[in-house]
Design a protein around this ligand. Structure first.
Ligand code: URA
Length: 430
């Protein structure tokens, strides 16, 4: 088999066989196929498209490049969740303790944030003492003992994805539905859960800008999961404005803890309960959606979900007293320059403003300030008056605030009329 022939076949719009896909993925991971040939195939695939069969073959070859975690010796139904990424998205910190409290086994490997979107690991790292680097044996032991572990993905899990993603990032070939789906699903399937909830976001702060693309991605990921014997559901949710009110790692942990006591912002609670209920339904713990939501909500009102979260944090070395979370030395109020109804709180721009405060990383090597971030005081369609506080900016220096203010000036928009806003949840695909 020759890589040259595989590239020309895809360039001319033909479907590649599973053997050809495996030749490409395994050859590239082992360093036998050079970057330039892999790049050419990625671009041909991005332009011509990959079929579902090809995508499935990619998933299988990518999984085969590393370790596949076997959770079958842990009793119970093992559940996982994935979000395609957003601003203020701390749902994993709420959903996973809810379902663990309801009796599911949570075995989740998460990633760090990059660019304007946050990552669950960075939020956990904001909790003093909390570590997420566990070996596979320690991970499984914690899931077995307390029913929940959220850790960082081990280097042995799908090494092909790490190499391919870096090349896609440098060659403008990230934006292919098939490549995104294969990248996400190879990591999820290799983690070994029985059931999976996908939170597929669309809007300014998301990977997918529009609902149609996010629906197509969701559909494909659910099909890939099912083909691998995993029961999956996808929730399509809006990322036009940040989720909840807090953006920034310690601030988000605090907000997640508030929702875990059935308080906190409505949108975060609604999305978290929806995702938790979908997993409860997939696991067969409730006969219908309404009862699944009830069961999820009971975990909040009884305190069971918060207790489960604290148990996980303690098991991973963290301080469970959230009044010890790091705080910023400077909190500056950002005020409205006119009156009106909020027609935009651009999630991407708010994420970028938080990034320049140190709440995220622009490059992989950047160090995060866990205390930095933004607390919104309003959501879309609310009325504000001139001079009213729109957001609190948590930072270390006035220079940081000045840089964030420039972005915030562009992030908020006001108008005389109440705007129509998209629903938080547009669809559930199962
Ligand atoms: N997230 C991933 O893990 N992979 C992609 O390709 C895109 C988003």
């Amino acid at each position: 088999m020759l890589m040259y022939d595989i590239i020309s076949k895809k360039r001319d719009g033909y479907e590649l066989s599973a053997a050809e896909i495996d030749f490409w993925i395994s050859g590239y991971t082992q360093g036998v196929i050079p970057d330039y040939q892999c790049s050419a195939l990625l671009m041909a695939g991005l332009l011509q498209g990959f079929t579902k069969q090809e995508t499935l073959a990619m998933v299988e070859s990518m999984i085969a490049s590393g370790e596949r975690i076997d959770l079958s010796d842990i009793e119970g139904i093992k559940a996982d969740k994935h979000s395609t990424g957003g601003v203020g998205d701390k749902t994993s910190l709420v959903v996973m303790p809810i379902i663990a409290a309801a009796g599911l086994k949570v075995a989740k490997m998460s990633g760090r944030g990059l660019g304007h979107t946050g990552g669950t690991l960075d939020k956990l790292a904001a909790i003093p003492g909390c570590y997420t680097e566990l070996t596979t044996a320690e991970f499984k032991q914690q899931v077995r003992e307390i029913g929940i572990a959220i850790i960082s993905q081990t280097a042995k899990l799908v090494p092909a994805d790490k190499k391919l993603y870096a090349l896609r990032d440098a060659t403008a070939t990230v934006d292919s539905l098939a490549l995104i789906a294969a990248s996400i699903m190879s990591k999820k399937i290799a983690t070994g859960a029985d059931i999976l909830a996908l939170d597929v976001k669309y809007g300014s702060g998301a990977f997918m800008q529009n609902l149609a693309d996010s629906r197509a991605l969701a559909q494909l990921m659910v099909e890939l999961a099912q083909a691998s014997g995993i029961k999956a559901v996808a929730v399509l949710s809006s990322m036009e404005q940040p989720l909840g009110l807090a953006i920034g790692n310690a601030l988000e942990v605090k907000e997640a803890a508030a929702v875990l006591t059935n308080n906190g912002p409505d949108d975060l609670r609604e999305l978290s309960l929806t995702l938790a209920a979908e997993l409860i339904l997939l696991a067969g713990l409730a006969p219908d959606r309404a009862q699944a939501v009830d069961l999820a909500r009971q975990q909040l009102t009884s305190g069971a979900a918060l207790a489960k979260f604290r148990q996980m944090i303690a098991a991973q070395g963290g301080d469970t007293d959230f009044s010890h979370l790091p705080v910023s030395p400077l909190v500056v109020e950002y005020r409205a320059r006119e009156s009106g109804y909020l027609t935009a709180i651009d999630a991407r721009k708010i994420g970028l403003a938080a990034l320049c405060l140190g709440a995220g990383r622009q490059k992989k090597e950047d160090v995060i300030d866990p205390a930095a971030g933004i607390i919104l005081r309003h959501k879309l369609a609310e009325r504000v008056e001139t001079g009213e506080v729109l957001a609190e900016v948590h930072c270390r220096t006035q220079q940081q605030f000045a840089a964030a203010r420039e972005i915030l000036d562009d992030a908020f928009a006001l108008a005389a009329d109440i705007p129509e806003t998209a629903p938080l949840i547009s669809d559930i695909i199962s």
